[in-house]
Design a protein around this ligand. Structure first.
Ligand code: SF4
Length: 317
């Protein structure tokens, strides 16, 4: 049996084995429109488990992603109350690699109180390698989770944000049943957590899955247009391809500067006079960006966590 086939069988076994813990509605599958999402979608179908596909629309997704997501049968699409552009103005600075407040607000929510299935993989980044394993429990009171896992004698590893388990045994299942409905705890089954990029592509090809057309156009990841995680070069490539989005961002930065001045939170960083200045900085074209401004923004981000908390509050009211 090939290594990939073993991994597929393992993923199917876990999906079937833990289905009973997912409650009446079944698994809450987090579907982003990327290749990993399509892999877990197909795995859920092959496993024959009860599940719902949920997608968080970010408002800055590429048109290809929007159409691909809409083509998926029975997909449930969630729209945010604030768009990316409103969020940037409210926050007072653009998202950066270090302060990805947009992902937190626009993408990484939903499925509270549900047992999720996610397409995260360790190979994607060191952060994901640390944060995820077959089962991830993020948030909540870390100590309480550890005591519970100890008592049930689960095999677990403590992470910065919670704990992870690398295998499903009866104890892990009991643990999940007891904690995934707890407030602020996000529990997910990550059936492809140890898959490589090549294995994902091989699987999708074998099952003849239509993937997001952005991949055919050379994209290696499918995020928002202008996502800072992609790096300056890729951001500029995307803005060259989607000039309208660039224009919307620049206009947003203009509004952001005006709003910050108006509410007294604007701090002169030397280069930020206009939206174009911010865009240059954002794409890494400002030679003075390397230290000072980054630090200033990180400091600002800490101050403005309050603002983000307000946004969440408004959303739930
Ligand atoms: S994918 Fe990038 S731009 Fe989109 S919400 Fe996440 S961090 Fe922000």
């Amino acid at each position: 049996m090939s290594e990939l086939n073993e991994k597929v069988q393992k993923a199917l076994k876990y999906l079937r084995g833990m289905e009973s813990t997912a409650g009446e509605k079944g698994y809450y599958v987090c579907y982003s429109g990327g290749k990993d999402s399509d892999t877990i979608r197909v795995l859920c179908e092959l496993a024959g488990v009860k599940h719902e596909l949920h997608h968080n629309h970010t408002t800055a997704d590429a048109p290809e992603t929007v159409y691909h997501v809409r083509s998926i049968p029975n997909i449930i699409i969630h729209y945010p109350k604030l768009t990316m552009w409103q969020l940037i103005v409210k926050k007072g600075f653009p998202p950066t690699r270090l302060t990805r407040y947009c992902c937190e607000y626009l993408k990484e929510h939903g499925g509270e109180g549900r047992f999720k299935v996610m397409g995260v993989r360790k190979a994607e980044s060191p952060r994901r390698n640390e944060r995820y394993d077959l089962i991830s429990v993020i948030g909540g009171k870390a100590q309480a989770l550890q005591v519970m896992a100890d008592n049930l004698d689960c095999a677990y590893r403590v992470t910065k944000e919670g704990l992870v388990m690398h295998k499903d045994d009866g104890a892990a299942r009991m643990f999940i049943e007891q904690c995934y409905r707890t407030e602020n705890v996000h529990t997910s089954l990550n059936p492809i957590v140890d898959w490589t990029d090549e294995e994902v592509w091989k699987f999708l090809k074998y099952y003849g899955v239509d993937v997001n057309p952005l991949y055919e156009q050379g994209a290696c990841r499918v995020g928002c247009i202008g996502c800072p995680l992609a790096g300056g070069k890729q951001m500029k490539r995307e803005f060259a391809r989607f000039p309208k989005y660039r224009q919307i961002y620049v206009q947003t930065f203009d509004r952001m500067i005006a709003a910050s001045k108006e509410n007294g939170k604007f701090r002169q960083t030397g280069t930020w006079q206009t939206g174009e200045d911010v865009m240059r900085w954002w794409c890494g074209d400002d030679p003075r960006q390397i230290t000072l401004y980054d630090y200033e923004l990180i400091e600002l981000s800490a101050v403005r966590e309050e603002d983000l908390a307000d946004i969440y509050k408004e959303d739930t009211e």
